[in-house]
Every structure is written in structure tokens, then in C-alpha cells.
Design a protein around this ligand. Structure first.
Ligand SMILES: Nc1ncnc2c1ncn2[C@@H]1O[C@H](COP(=O)(O)OP(=O)(O)OP(=O)(O)O)[C@@H](O)[C@H]1O
Ligand SMILES: Nc1ccn([C@@H]2O[C@H](COP(=O)(O)O)[C@@H](O)[C@H]2O)c(=O)n1
Length: 213
């Protein structure tokens, strides 16, 4: 069995940072599935389409060019909002499913981060983390990140984005953001990046020992 490390959680909780470090530690390939939805959202906007139109969004998802994931545009605030809107469409999720599922078959293992990895994409993953932090802490982290990328953004607007995104991602019918019953909760609100990574590493080591891997 491939040793899939599934890392889920809300926006700006630090799951991508943790996932990247785990991938480097174990030498596993990493898939940031949020980038897939971001690229679809950016693609719909670029074609002057409607983010709430399931047919338009599904067409973009089916034709997704993976080189788009490297563009700086997909890491903007607008891309995050667009991603969350196209992610509610079941046709978009279906179009992105095989790529993600196939990734989890890589041997000897992989690290995949997103919202539905432990529940839908890799429900049998031997190691599952649900990384979270208080909304104010996440907003602060995201605000600093966007300012660092050169975006002129207001903290209160980012906090409002975080609340809106939590509600939309957690409330959608198809593959809502939720902690898998067998995922370990990691609240990083009071942790530095080092502390959060260390806690995550211990969770994964426990899972490796349990699965004798
Ligand atoms: N424990 C931490 N303490 C302080 N800053 C952190 C911590 N973890 C992550 N960060 C910073 O917060 C920002 C968001 O982190 P990251 O991209 O890992 O979150 P994410 O959950 O993957 O977000 P998204 O859902 O948007 O992909 C980054 O700038 C990162 O460096
Ligand atoms: N597995 C996933 C991953 C992401 N989404 C949606 O994409 C948005 C952007 O994701 P980030 O991780 O880059 O913030 C996110 O808000 C979700 O709406 C998803 O549905 N499933």
C-alpha cells in the first residue's frame, strides 16, 4: 500500500507549509490540490465566464493545463475566492478527481493537501492530519503572506474572506471541508512553523509505526 499523507484543513491554517516539509522529509512528491481549483477559477475569470456557472467551470476544469499551476496569478487573493466558488460545482470536482486519485497511487508514498483528501480523494490514507488555527490567526498569516507578495490588502477584508471561505467550503454539498473521523487534529494557533511541523512529523511517525511502514 502507498503511504499517503493526507493533510486537510481550512484556508491559511498552515497545511501547505506542513505538507511541503513532510514531503521534503520523506522524499515524497507533493500535490497542493488547492492550486487545481485556483487554476480553474483563474481560467474561468480569464475567459470572462461566470464562476457560478457549473458548465463553464467544468469545461475549464476538463481542459486544465497543469503548467498554469506555476503562475503567480493562482496565488492571489482573487484566485482563492474564485477557487472556492468553482469548487462547489460537482462537475468541477469530478473533472479533477482522477488526477488526484492517481497521484495517491505513487509509490512508496505521497503528500497531498486540500479539503477533502482524507474523506474523498484518499479515504484509506494511512496518515491523516486536519490542520487548523483560529480565524484571526489565519487571517493574520494570510494578510502577511499577501502583503509579502505585493498585494495591497486590508486585514479586516482578509478576515472576512476567511470566514466566508470557511462557510462556503464547509457548507457545500459535494465533498465539504471536514475532518475525517480518523484524522488527527492539529491546531497551530499557538505554534511556530517549526513547532507545527514537529507535531505533524510525530503524528506521521505514529501512523508509520501503526502501519509497520
Ligand atoms: N505556524 C505558523 N506560524 C506562522 N506562520 C505560519 C505558520 N504556518 C504557516 N504560516 C504562514 O502562513 C501562510 C499560510 O500558510 P500555508 O500556505 O501553509 O497555509 P495553507 O493552509 O496551505 O493555505 P491555503 O489553504 O490557502 O493553501 C504562509 O505565509 C506561511 O508561511
Ligand atoms: N481539495 C480541495 C482543495 C481546495 N479546494 C477549494 O479551493 C480553494 C482554494 O484552496 P487553497 O488550499 O489554495 O486555499 C479552497 O477554498 C476550496 O474551496 C477544494 O474544494 N478542495
Amino acid at each position: 500500500m502507498a503511504f499517503v499523507i493526507a493533510v486537510d484543513g481550512p484556508a491559511a491554517s498552515g497545511k501547505g507549509t506542513i505538507a511541503g516539509r513532510l514531503a521534503a522529509l520523506y522524499g515524497y512528491p507533493l500535490l497542493d490540490t488547492g492550486l487545481l481549483y485556483r487554476a480553474v477559477g483563474v481560467g474561468v475569470l480569464a475567459s470572462a465566464g461566470d464562476l457560478d456557472d457549473p458548465i463553464a467551470a467544468q469545461a475549464v476544469a476538463r481542459a486544465l493545463d497543469l503548467s498554469d499551476l506555476d503562475r503567480a496569478e493562482v496565488r492571489t487573493r482573487a484566485a482563492g475566492e474564485a477557487a472556492s466558488r468553482v469548487a462547489v460545482h460537482p462537475g468541477v470536482r469530478a473533472a479533477l478527481f482522477d488526477l488526484q486519485r492517481d497521484f495517491t497511487k505513487r509509490q512508496p508514498g505521497s503528500v497531498v493537501d486540500g479539503r477533502d483528501i482524507g474523506t474523498v480523494i484518499a479515504p484509506h490514507a494511512p496518515a491523516k492530519l486536519y490542520v487548523t488555527a483560529r480565524p484571526e490567526v489565519r487571517a493574520e498569516r494570510r494578510w502577511k503572506q499577501l502583503v509579502g507578495q505585493g498585494e495591497a490588502v486590508d486585514f479586516e477584508d482578509i478576515l472576512a474572506d476567511i470566514h466566508k471561505r470557511d462557510a462556503r467550503d464547509g457548507g457545500r454539498k459535494d465533498a465539504p471541508m471536514t475532518q475525517a473521523p480518523d484524522a488527527v487534529l492539529l491546531d497551530t494557533s499557538e505554534m511556530t512553523i517549526e513547532q507545527a511541523f514537529d507535531a505533524a512529523r510525530r503524528i506521521v511517525e505514529d501512523a508509520r509505526a501503526r502501519h509497520r511502514l
